[in-house]
Design a protein around this ligand. Structure first.
Ligand code: ZN
Length: 403
């Protein structure tokens, strides 16, 4: 083995051992040696270095039958903290969590209505300052800041190449934030962030292949293959919202026509309800928003549908038919073990899930078995996931601090 191979092996060993301790805490060194096939001295050398970094702690002494008693090792999840921000079209959610995704504090504010770049930058700076100030954590204990937002983000440069939901093109958010914060920062697409959260802390844990489908203001997806997020060649993978489901359909924010997002997203169904009521359709939705049609959102449409409103039911049925066809095609194409539904619309629960599963089953090849489930990570899923990208990097680097 040349020197290069040795240093790669050493990094892989460090990373593997750190991840095993994180997953299986508390654990004995002998057990780590057995799982990894690494010698006890190698395991000791690596665990000693992880202990010196503060990422692993030595715990209680086990009962021994003689000789030096072994000590249990545990992952020090509270040794560092990560800030996670979800820049959504409606709200900006920021959290501070430890390395086990325990949330110490959270803060939310509405995203500026025009979503101008400079305004949003100022809001993000304010939110980060606020979370640091209220949590009273020593800044040296913060591993970094993870950001998630809708759009195509370059995996190399971190530039926002295109965000139709925000109307942004070629924006360098990290460059702006570096003028305010001297911390490592990473930015990723919001649905890829959710998928990363699921991978470590959610329903994707221990599942090799899955797809997260984010049903919110827009529609996005993230593909996980062999426990890694598939980025694609330019970072634009998983754009399920821009799969064409209606030839010559309505215009989409991406410039195309008949995209799934243009006919089945929360934004699309809200617009459909507004248009129908404006042109005279009778619906309880009108009274639910006290006549202010701008207040119609997906939640209200689901509530009206549950109460038996025919207009709401017609709109949702059509949206679910489109969603079922796109998700069914994705299952046929990728062969995931599960589909995890994310985002505001997924909180409609069984009102969405049962008819969607039925629709998807019309399209999926009979040999495939793929469960459709709703995320359990809650409204901070994207913030947790955005932060988890930094944890993932810390583990991949075997506990070396990231920059
Ligand atoms: Zn589109």
């Amino acid at each position: 083995m040349d020197r290069m191979d040795k240093s790669i092996m050493s990094l892989v060993n460090k990373s593997t051992i750190l991840d095993i301790i994180r997953e299986k805490s508390p654990i004995y060194r002998a057990e780590i040696s057995r799982i990894t096939n690494l010698s006890i001295p190698t395991v000791m050398k690596i665990t000693d270095s992880l202990i010196s970094k503060g990422l692993v702690i030595e715990g209680e002494i086990a009962k021994s039958t003689g000789g030096k008693p072994p000590r249990l090792l545990s992952f020090a999840g509270d040794s560092m903290y990560i800030i996670g921000i979800d820049i959504g079209t409606t709200n900006i959610n920021v959290i501070l969590m430890d390395l086990d995704a325990n949330m110490l504090s959270s803060y939310q504010q509405p995203t500026s209505a025009e979503r101008h770049f400079n305004e949003v930058v100022a809001q993000v700076v304010y939110c980060i300052d606020k979370i640091i100030a209220t949590s009273k954590i020593d800044i040296a204990q913060i591993l970094g800041i993870g950001i998630g937002m809708p759009g195509v983000i370059s995996p190399e440069s971190g530039k926002i190449l295109l965000s139709p939901a925000f109307g942004w093109k070629d924006k360098d958010l990290l460059k702006e934030l570096r003028q305010h914060f001297n911390l490592p920062m990473r930015i990723n697409n919001v649905t890829k962030s959710m998928a990363m959260g699921e991978l470590y802390f959610g329903l994707g844990h221990n599942i090799n292949n899955y797809i997260c489908v984010n049903l919110g203001y827009g529609i996005g997806s993230a593909i996980v293959i062999n426990h890694r997020i598939y980025n694609g060649d330019s970072g634009a993978s998983g754009e399920l919202g821009h799969v064409i489901v209606e030839q010559n359909g309505p215009k989409c924010s991406c410039g195309n026509y008949g995209c799934l997002e243009a006919v089945a997203s929360a934004n699309a169904i809200s617009k459909q309800a507004q248009a129908a009521i404006k042109s005279g359709a009778v619906s309880m939705i009108s009274s639910m928003v006290q006549g202010d049609l701008k207040k119609i959102d997906a939640k209200i449409i689901f509530e009206a549908a549950a109460a038996g409103d025919p207009l709401a039911n017609t709109i949702l049925h059509q949206a679910i038919v489109y969603l079922g066809s796109a998700i069914g095609s994705a299952i046929n194409f990728i062969d995931p073990a599960i589909i995890i539904l994310e985002g505001g619309v997924s909180r409609a629960g069984d009102l969405l899930l049962s008819p969607l599963i039925e629709e998807v089953n019309h399209h999926v090849m009979p040999v495939k078995k793929c469960d459709i489930v709703i995320s359990k990570l809650g409204i901070y899923c994207a913030s947790i996931g955005a932060a988890t990208f930094l944890l993932d990097e810390l583990i991949k680097k075997g506990g070396e601090m990231i920059r």
